[in-house]
Design a binder for this molecule. Structure first.
Ligand SMILES: *[C@@H]1O[C@H](CO)[C@@H](O)[C@H](O)[C@H]1NC(C)=O
Ligand SMILES: *[C@@H]1O[C@H](CO)[C@@H](O)[C@H](O)[C@H]1NC(C)=O
Ligand SMILES: *[C@@H]1O[C@H](CO)[C@@H](O)[C@H](O)[C@H]1NC(C)=O
Ligand SMILES: *[C@@H]1O[C@H](CO)[C@@H](O)[C@H](O)[C@H]1NC(C)=O
Ligand SMILES: *[C@@H]1O[C@H](CO)[C@@H](O)[C@H](O)[C@H]1NC(C)=O
Ligand SMILES: *[C@@H]1O[C@H](CO)[C@@H](O)[C@H](O)[C@H]1NC(C)=O
Ligand SMILES: *[C@@H]1O[C@H](CO)[C@@H](O)[C@H](O)[C@H]1NC(C)=O
Length: 311
C-alpha cells in the first residue's frame, strides 16, 4: 500500500516554497463552501475578472507575486521565523519573532484591515467595479493565501529556515523537509498521481469537508473557531501560528529521520492526519473569517442607516 502511493507521489516533483499552488487552490475551494451569499458576492466584486468570482482560483497568486520584482517585498509575509529549537523547545512570540517588514501574522492582520475597508466600499456601492482597485483584490488574495500558509507547520518555525535547509529523502527523491510538508505529504494523503485541479474541488478535499460537517475529526471543528474574530486579527493569527509551531515539536522534527526514506519509514503515514487537520482548520477558519468580516460591515451599515432614519 505504501509503495503504491509512493510511486504516485514521486511523479509529482514540484519544487515549491509554501503549500504547493494546487493545495492552496483546493484549501480555498473548501473555504468557499462555507461562504454566505453576501461573502461570495462581495468577493466577486473585489476580485479581478480573470478569477470569475472565485477566490479559490486566486489562492496561489501570492506566491507568483512574491517572486516578481514588484512583489518581492511581500515574500517574507508568508511565514514567521520563531527563535525556538524544535523538537526540544517550541515557542512563538509574535512581538519578537515577527521580522521587521512583516511576517505571516502581521500580514494577515494588515490585509484583513485593508479588506474590511474594501468590503465597506463594495457594500456601499462606491468601489470601482471588476477588481480595478488592486489594493483591494490583493488584500483578498493575500488573506486567503496567508490563512493557508499559517497552518503549514513549517511556516511557523525558524529552525533551518522553516525546514528549507533540512535535507531529507522522500520516495527516493532528495528534497527538503519544507517541501515534504508543502506537497509530498498532501499528495501522499490524497494518493494522487497528478496535481490537484486549479478550478474545481478535488474529491480528497471534498471528503475533508464532509468530515468537518459530520464532526469526524478528533477535535470538534467548532472548537477551531474559538478565535475567529477578524477585529482581533493579531490575537487569532498568533494563536493559529502557535498551533502550527507546536506540531514542529510534536511531530515534524521529533519523528523525522535524515537517513531513511520518509515515504516508507512511517513518517508520511503518521503525518497524514496532521495535514488533514491543518488544511481543514485553515479552510473552516478562512470561510468563517471572511463571513464575519462581511457580516460586521453589513451590521455597521444597517446601524448607520438606522441612525440616519432616526435623525
Ligand atoms: C464563471 O462563473 C459562472 C457562474 O458561477 C459559471 O456559470 C461559468 O461557467 C464560469 N466560467 C468559467 C470560465 O469558469
Ligand atoms: C501593510 O500593507 C501595506 C499595503 O499593502 C504595506 O505597504 C505594508 O508594508 C504592510 N505592512 C505589514 C507589516 O505587513
Ligand atoms: C482602493 O481601496 C483602498 C482601500 O479601501 C482605498 O484606500 C483606495 O482609496 C481605493 N482606491 C481607489 C482608486 O478607489
Ligand atoms: C529507490 O532507489 C533504489 C536504489 O536506486 C531502487 O532499488 C528502488 O527500486 C527505488 N525505489 C522506488 C520506490 O523507486
Ligand atoms: C492509490 O491509488 C492507486 C491507483 O489509483 C490504487 O491502485 C491504490 O490502491 C491506492 N492506494 C490506496 C492506499 O488507496
Ligand atoms: C491551471 O491548470 C492548468 C492545467 O494544469 C494550467 O494550464 C493553468 O496555467 C493553471 N492556471 C493557473 C492560474 O495556475
Ligand atoms: C543528518 O543529521 C545529522 C545530525 O543532525 C547530521 O550530522 C548529518 O549531516 C545529516 N545528514 C545528512 C545527509 O544531511
Amino acid at each position: 500500500m505504501l509503495s503504491k502511493r509512493l510511486l504516485h507521489v514521486a511523479a509529482l516533483l514540484t519544487p515549491a516554497a509554501c503549500w504547493n499552488t494546487d493545495v492552496h487552490n483546493q484549501l480555498v475551494f473548501m473555504a468557499e463552501t462555507f461562504f454566505t451569499p453576501d461573502t461570495t458576492s462581495v468577493l466577486a466584486q473585489i476580485l479581478e475578472p480573470q478569477y470569475n468570482g472565485s477566490i479559490g482560483r486566486a489562492a496561489a497568486w501570492a506566491d507568483a507575486y512574491a517572486h516578481t520584482s514588484e512583489g518581492r517585498f511581500s515574500y517574507q509575509w508568508h511565514w514567521i521565523d520563531t527563535h525556538d529549537w524544535a523538537p526540544h523547545h517550541c515557542h512563538l512570540d509574535y512581538k519578537s519573532d515577527c521580522a521587521k517588514g512583516g511576517c505571516v501574522v502581521s500580514a494577515i492582520a494588515n490585509q484583513t484591515g485593508i479588506l474590511r475597508e474594501c468590503i465597506q466600499q463594495a457594500m456601499s456601492g462606491t468601489i470601482l467595479s471588476g477588481g480595478t482597485n488592486l489594493t483591494c483584490s490583493y488584500a483578498a488574495k493575500w488573506v486567503a493565501h496567508f490563512v493557508g500558509d499559517i497552518h503549514q507547520p513549517l511556516h511557523a518555525s525558524g529552525r533551518a529556515a522553516g525546514g528549507n535547509f533540512y535535507k531529507v529523502k522522500f520516495g527516493n527523491v532528495s528534497t527538503e523537509l519544507h517541501a515534504v510538508w508543502d506537497g509530498f505529504i498532501p499528495y501522499y494523503a490524497a494518493n494522487v498521481s497528478k496535481p490537484f485541479s486549479n478550478h474545481s474541488i478535488d474529491p480528497f478535499f471534498r471528503s475533508l469537508l464532509t468530515r468537518i460537517r459530520k464532526d469526524q475529526f478528533y477535535e470538534a471543528p467548532y472548537m477551531w473557531l474559538t478565535c475567529s474574530d477578524p477585529s482581533m486579527p493579531e490575537e487569532c493569527a498568533s494563536l493559529w501560528a502557535t498551533e502550527s509551531n507546536r506540531w514542529t515539536c510534536d511531530y515534524v522534527y521529533s519523528h523525522v529521520h535524515n537517513d531513511t526514506d520518509l515515504g516508507t519509514d512511517g513518517y508520511a503515514f503518521g503525518a497524514v492526519p496532521i495535514v488533514e487537520l491543518q488544511i481543514s482548520k485553515a479552510a473552516y477558519r478562512l470561510g468563517t473569517w471572511l463571513n464575519k468580516l462581511v457580516d460586521g460591515v453589513k451590521a455597521d451599515q444597517l446601524w448607520r442607516d438606522q441612525e440616519i432614519l432616526e435623525l
